[in-house]
Each structure stands twice: as C-alpha cells, then as structure tokens.
Write a protein that binds this ligand. Structure first.
Ligand SMILES: Nc1ncnc2c1ncn2[C@@H]1O[C@H](COP(=O)(O)OP(=O)(O)OP(=O)(O)O)[C@@H](O)[C@H]1O
Ligand SMILES: [Mg+2]
Length: 350
C-alpha cells in the first residue's frame, strides 16, 4: 500500500500548458476521484502518475519516493482504462494471469491469487471463454480482474465504466466499491459522472482547466461548494442561480426582492438555490415569489417544475404526487437555510 503525492506537477504540450502546479496528497488506502468536464486534464494527471506521460515539471512521489524517472512497470501501480483492450485469442483466465506468468510467478501462486479475484467479480464461470463470447460488462470485469490480480500499491482507473449502459454501470460501481473495501489499495479514479464520484469517493478532486477547483468529501462539496463552478457542476438537477444586487439588507433585481443574510456584503451577488430548496407555497406566504409554470417534467419519484418569474427561469423539485399544470400561476419560496451566496465577479463563495 502506498501514498501518492503530486508536488507542483505541470504538463505542457509544446507551448500549450494543460496542467499547472497540481498539488495533491493521496493517503494510504484512500479512494480519490478526479471529477471535471471533458478536457480539464484528468487523464493527463493519471497518465503522469502511471508513467505513461512525461512530467514537464514538478515531483511525483509514490510511497514517499520520487518516481519521476521510474518506468511504469516499476511504480507499483495497476491501471484500468475506458478501452479495456483484452487479448482476443486468449481465454478469460489467460487474459487475467498473463502478466503474472510473464513476471515468472509460479502456477500454484497464480491459482491462489486468481480465485478470490474472479469470485469477487463473478467471473469464475467464464474463465475458459474468449473475450468475444462475453458482454461488455463481463469484458470490463476481466479488465478490472487483470489489474486486481497484480495486487498493486496504487490502482488507477480512467473512466472504466463509461462505455457501459446505466444499469451495468450501477452494478459495477458497487463491485468497485466492494473491491476497494476488501483490498484497501490506494485508488485514484477518473470520471465525469458525478454520481460515480459522489458514491465512490472518500474525497473528490474537482478539476477545471488543469487546476483544482475544490477538494473535499462528496458531502462537503455538495453542501458547501466553494465556487460558482463547483456549485454548477455538482448536483442533479442543477442548482438555480440568480444575479442580484445586495444593499440595505435586501437582495433585489427587477423581479425579486428577498431578505439578505447579514454575512452578504453589498454589491453584485449570485444567489444559488438547489431545486429541492424551491418550495411551492400558498399565496400570501412571506417572501414568496410569483411565478408561472412553464414546464412540468415527471421524473418518477419527483417532478421537476420549470418556473418563470420576470426574466428568471428556475426549477423546483417537488413530490411526484403534486398536482400542477403548465401555464398555472404559483408562488415559490426559497428555503432560507439552504441558500448559497457567491461573489458574482470572482465566483468564490461568500
Ligand atoms: N498529446 C496531446 N497533445 C496536445 N494536447 C493534448 C494531448 N493530450 C491531451 N491534450 C490536451 O490536454 C487537455 C487535457 O486532456 P485530458 O485528456 O487530460 O482531459 P480529460 O479531463 O481526461 O478529458 P475527458 O473527460 O474528455 O477524457 C485537453 O485540452 C487536451 O486537448
Ligand atoms: Mg480523459
């Protein structure tokens, strides 16, 4: 088992700088998820850790030793990619054990290591099949098994589930969580799926344009997003934002006029409210906002109601049993204990 430490890691392709001064310490046994939009640099950092990409500047430490110049094979890591390229002419068993055989591990030792791995991934019944005789999810489990059997110090996953359908993704997400609980290897997992990040991570590293936007437990980032970007990225359905002017204890624009908490300074302020904190209330409720129902979407257990008030379009998540009609006039009220305030210009939390 090992720690991973990135110290001022930088990566440039020619004159294009894609990672700037990336600093992160991953603790022994920790499960860290890199989350962020496409192109923000998640895979680049993972590939630098794996040794598949040269480090332009900075230091990479694994288990307390600088490994910048160490070959990928000597870093004690195993990696699972999105494209899990299995050898088509080999059976499942051969695909999984190939690397150990090549490393000279004796057959009885290989068998001892193979059985718990294939059992935990439900591959025991498929060992003699070829990859072409397996479903996508089964193939992906072979790729995970192939990495697991190496019992690495550090597991690196780059969007291992993104090629799979939603149901299988959910299933394998649980398998990966179980695997981590039993092996406890230090893990870094890249995804742009926030559900995967929220459910797997001890800690999420939210990235934006090659830099860390916010780091924290899923609960911390969800309940106290540090920036407008973090607030907009985490949470489904998306948070509602209102650009308002704070003065004399009120938050206003042409359509809204709400009480401002004492901590909010005067000036341009962006108010963030998650749809679940927008409640439909009876007319005459204090601080209620008049709105018109533009759209009513049935989501199963809840409905997502799109509301218009003046120039503002925002959403409210309500129980599915709520009776509501498009075109109807309603009153909405924001839950005062669930408001987020941001500096509109600089984007940071107030
Ligand atoms: N070989 C390369 N040459 C030049 N630029 C590259 C190269 N590889 C990656 N980049 C650039 O580096 C940036 C980060 O890419 P990276 O693959 O790390 O993003 P990502 O966060 O993994 O995105 P995705 O979610 O789409 O996989 C992107 O802007 C990309 O265009
Ligand atoms: Mg990527």
């Amino acid at each position: 088992m090992a720690t991973v430490e990135c110290r001022d890691l930088c990566k440039s392709y020619g004159s294009q700088e894609v990672i700037r001064n990336f600093n992160l310490s991953v603790a022994d046994h920790e499960f860290v998820v890199f989350l962020g939009p496409s192109g923000c640099g998640k895979s680049t950092i993972l590939r630098m850790i794996a040794g598949l990409e040269e480090i332009s500047a900075g230091k990479l430490m694994i288990g307390g030793t600088c490994v910048n110049d160490r070959d990928p094979g000597d870093r004690g890591i195993a990696m699972v990619f999105q494209n899990y390229a299995l050898y088509p002419h080999m059976t499942v068993r051969e695909n999984i054990t190939f690397a150990l055989e090549r490393a000279g591990v004796k057959k009885p030792d290989i068998d001892t290591r193979l059985s718990p791995v294939v059992d935990s991934l439900g591959l025991d019944v498929h060992l003699n099949r070829k990859p072409t005789e397996l479903s996508g999810g089964q193939q992906q489990r072979v790729a995970i098994a192939r990495a697991m059997i190496k019992t690495p110090d550090v597991f690196l996953f780059d969007e291992p589930l993104s090629n799979l359908d939603a149901k299988l993704r959910g299933h394998l997400r649980v398998e990966i969580a179980k695997l981590h609980r039993s092996l406890r290897s230090t893990s870094i997992y890249v995804t742009h799926d926030q559900l995967e990040a929220m459910t797997l991570a001890d800690r999420i590293v939210l990235m934006n344009k090659g830099q860390i936007e916010q780091m924290g437990t899923p609960e911390e980032i969800y309940s106290r997003p540090a920036t407008l970007f973090a607030a907009g990225f985490i949470g489904t359905p998306n948070m509602n934002f209102f650009e308002l002017e704070a003065s004399e204890g009120r938050l206003r624009d042409g359509a809204l006029d709400l009480p401002a908490p004492a901590a909010v300074p005067s000036g341009k302020v962006t108010l963030g409210v998650r749809p679940g904190a927008v409640h439909l209330v009876p007319e005459g409720t204090p601080d209620a906002i008049p709105a018109m129902v533009e759209r009513d979407e049935f989501h199963g257990e809840s409905r997502l109601i799109s509301l218009r008030s003046g120039a503002h379009l925002f959403t409210s998540a309500v129980p599915a049993t709520t009776q509501i009609h498009e075109g109807e006039s309603v009153w909405a009220r924001f839950d005062a204990s669930a408001l987020h305030f941001f500096d509109t210009e600089r984007g940071h939390r107030l």
